[in-house]
Ligand binder design. Structure first.
Ligand SMILES: Cc1ncc(COP(=O)(O)O)c(C=O)c1O
Length: 373
């Protein structure tokens, strides 16, 4: 089937004619709201169309089986499970690792606590103990202090959940030594250690780390394919054989047993083969834009840019909303994430040309925001 005949596929508009170039640049939409806005490329769609498929609930989808085996091997874990979303992967992991009434230790801005609809309580009947971290990252001694004593009055601490890179920490990343120390605390206290690695590939590229480094340190890891890797859906959860056996059952209970999911799994296989190395381009783009923002008087502190996310403050009297509205007029889409901050996320649909456009707009902006204020 010719992909270009697919009725929902829109060929990106691009003009090389210099006369039309200015209007082309002006009309170009630069969507920095999240890396979840990426759309599959023609080559990715082609790989998906050609995928051999079967009924995955029966374990008969060869493409899903291939993806699960490849990801498990990559991270040196025994087995893996393909899930529709990162939220489901995380929630399944928490359900497997805990019993109702248990306590999960995590950082106070972590996705599992803030953005999964209260899932820890809803799905697992567990409660959380929040730790204030440094840009989303927590340390071994903080965790040791947060573990409850073996006391009938207290919830049983059973799980620590980390996030790497940390979304609300501005894409900050853990060093392997920090994780090693956390794992030691977990081992000393019979706790399980889960990683929400929705953007782990970003972190590994930025820190030159290997998947097996993480595979050895965590009892379970979830990675997402539906963010900077450009797939329409999908996440993979990894762990040992017994963990994945339980996880597979819970995925079914959560309604996540998919049938011919190989069409989607093929997008993840394509992403593993083609879209990892290039994440460094997104990181460079983010750094360039952060440097441009740094020069503006309306911009306050910018969280250190380690990967593909920039979180920066807007100085009063201007506001994040006013700046976002101003950018929107130029077809630049960003999200005000608090009353003082804006977030920009770079990804594979953001070209160097778009980055140049954004730099030019930022350079012009100061006057406009001063007037607005
Ligand atoms: C850090 C983190 N974890 C998990 C998720 C959940 O992923 P999904 O949208 O696939 O449920 C997200 C989504 O943005 C995320 O940023």
């Amino acid at each position: 089937m010719n992909i270009l005949l697919h009725r929902n596929y829109q060929k990106p508009s691009f003009s090389t004619d210099p006369l039309n170039r200015n209007s082309y640049i002006r009309s170009m939409i630069v969507d920095l709201r999240s890396d979840t806005f990426t759309k599959p490329s023609v080559k990715m769609l082609d790989a998906m169309f050609k995928a051999p498929v079967g009924d995955d609930v029966f374990g008969e989808d060869p493409t899903v089986n291939k993806l699960e085996a490849s990801v498990a091997a990559l991270f040196h874990k025994e087995e893996a499970l393909y899930c529709p979303t990162g939220t489901m992967s995380n929630q399944i992991a928490i359900k497997v690792h805990t019993q109702p009434g248990d306590e999960v230790i995590c950082e106070k801005t972590s996705h599992v606590y803030q953005y999964e609809g209260g899932g820890i309580a809803f799905n697992s009947g567990a409660q959380v103990k929040l730790i204030e971290g440094d840009r989303g990252r927590i340390q071994g001694p903080q965790i040791a202090e947060a573990i409850n004593a073996d006391d009938v009055h207290k919830a049983k601490t059973s799980l620590v959940s980390l996030e790497n890179s940390a979304n609300r920490g501005g894409g900050s990343c853990y060093g392997l030594d920090e994780i090693r120390k956390i794992r030691e605390v977990c081992d000393r206290n019979q706790l399980r250690l889960h990683l929400d690695g929705a953007r782990l590939f970003n972190a590994m590229v930025a820190k030159s780390q290997q998947p097996k480094d993480h595979g050895e340190l965590f009892h379970s890891i979830s990675v997402c394919f539906n963010k900077g890797l450009g797939c329409p859906i999908g996440s993979v959860l990894m762990g040992n054989t017994e963990f994945i056996r339980k996880a597979r059952r819970i995925r079914k209970v959560f309604g996540g047993g998919m049938r011919q999911a190989g069409y989607m799994a093929a997008s993840a296989i394509f992403a593993l083969e083609n879209n990892i190395e290039r994440l460094k381009d997104d990181h460079e783009h983010a750094k360039k834009i952060a440097a441009a923002l740094q020069r503006k008087s309306f911009v306050g502190s910018i969280l250190p840019v380690e990967t593909n996310i920039i979180i920066f403050a807007i100085k009063s009297p201007s506001t994040p909303k006013a700046v976002a509205d101003q950018l929107k007029k130029e077809n630049i889409l960003v999200i005000p994430i608090s009353s003082t901050q804006i977030r920009m996320v770079f990804h594979l649909d953001i070209t160097s040309e778009m980055v140049e456009k954004l730099i030019q707009i930022i350079e012009k902006m100061e006057m406009e925001t001063t007037v607005m204020a």
